[in-house]
Design a binder for this molecule. Structure first.
Ligand SMILES: Nc1ncnc2c1ncn2[C@@H]1O[C@H](COP(=O)(O)OP(=O)(O)OP(=O)(O)O)[C@@H](O)[C@H]1O
Ligand SMILES: [Mg+2]
Length: 303
């Protein structure tokens, strides 16, 4: 069964049509990127999934149920709002304990989420004294209370500096790996979503332009991923990489630098191969942000 299904969903706020007949499905065990410009309808879609809003027309189904009719659905979802507001004077741990009581979640769960998101060092600090990065961890911690089956994170890296952004992204990767929880993450920063997502829903002006597994979308829109690799022995690395079935080409662009093009669905396999070659590879980086290319192509194909 799919986790989320939108059937021709229309959502109006007075005269504004935030969603204009949006349809998509999200399968189990995915990390889904909600991608779209400001005002596309990402936050509205998330609130519909939470059951905070009711569709004006069409159907929103979460685990086959309509969330606005069925509060039980909401209890299985963790939510990080777009603009969370935290009380400044309360100590981090007390704040989480308070939320745990409200949601009838055991005290032990507070310790668990504090550990999970790395808040141990600041658990006794007042919320108002935390940096933005740590505040965002508090937000993610509260979303994890009660061990939800689905996490909805509305722009979890917005307003963070590059280092904090990096930390939150790494945290999300670890959470997905350790908790195996499905996630929906919105952002308009495409390259960073590429690292965590394996599924995408492209939203623009209240319409869903396309959606699906990234591995399918890469193929459908014929996108390739190009990496730059700095190697100790470029020749040796090149000889090994050309043998991989997902490697399309290996070019030597400097004495120690290779440009490698791979089928984009094989990002993880490629990373694994580079890890095995860590004695030969000094560093590697994305040359193209292929999710960006994909986004361009999806949008262009609908014009
Ligand atoms: N409560 C509301 N009342 C009136 N209009 C609203 C309301 N909520 C959202 N809208 C409008 O609906 C449209 C979609 O908004 P939404 O917040 O879902 O976009 P978004 O994709 O999350 O954008 P952003 O990237 O800026 O967060 C916008 O035009 C917005 O102004
Ligand atoms: Mg939004």
């Amino acid at each position: 069964m799919s986790v989320v299904e939108f059937r021709e969903v229309i959502k109006r706020f007075g005269k504004v049509e935030a969603l204009r007949g949006a349809s998509f499905t999200i399968p189990e065990k995915t990390v889904t990127a909600f991608l779209g410009p400001n005002g596309a309808g990402k936050t509205t879609s998330m609130k519909l999934i939470m059951g905070f809003l009711k569709p004006s027309k069409g159907e929103v189904l979460v685990w086959g149920e309509e969330p606005w009719r069925n509060e039980g659905v909401r209890n299985r979802i963790g939510y990080l709002p777009e603009k969370p507001v935290y009380p400044a004077d309360i100590v981090v741990e007390d704040f989480l304990s308070y939320l745990a009581r409200l949601r009838r979640v055991g005290r032990l769960d507070v310790e668990r989420v504090i550990r999970l998101v790395g808040l141990e060092g600041v658990a006794d600090r007042r919320v108002g004294t935390l940096s933005r990065g740590y505040l965002q961890r508090v937000g993610i911690a509260q979303s994890l209370l009660g061990d939800p089956e689905l996490l909805i994170l509305d722009e979890p890296t917005a307003n963070l500096d590059p280092a904090a952004r990096r930390e939150i992204l790494d945290l999300l990767k670890v959470l997905h790996k350790d908790l195996k929880v499905s996630m929906i993450i919105s952002s308009h920063i495409i390259p960073e979503l590429q690292e965590v997502a394996n599924y995408a829903v492209f939203i623009d002006k209240g319409l869903v332009l396309d959606y699906g597994y990234l591995s399918d979308l890469w193929k459908r829109y014929e996108i390739e991923a190009v990496f730059n690799i700095e190697a100790v022995d470029a020749g040796a690395v090149a000889r090994i990489l050309v043998e991989k079935h997902y490697v399309r080409s290996v070019k030597r662009v400097g004495e120690r630098v290779l440009e490698v093009s791979i089928d984009p669905g094989y990002y993880k396999a490629f990373e694994g191969a580079l890890t095995e070659l860590s004695h030969l590879v000094k560093s590697y980086s994305f040359k193209t942000t292929s999710l960006g290319d994909l986004y361009e192509k999806v949008v262009r194909s609908r014009l």
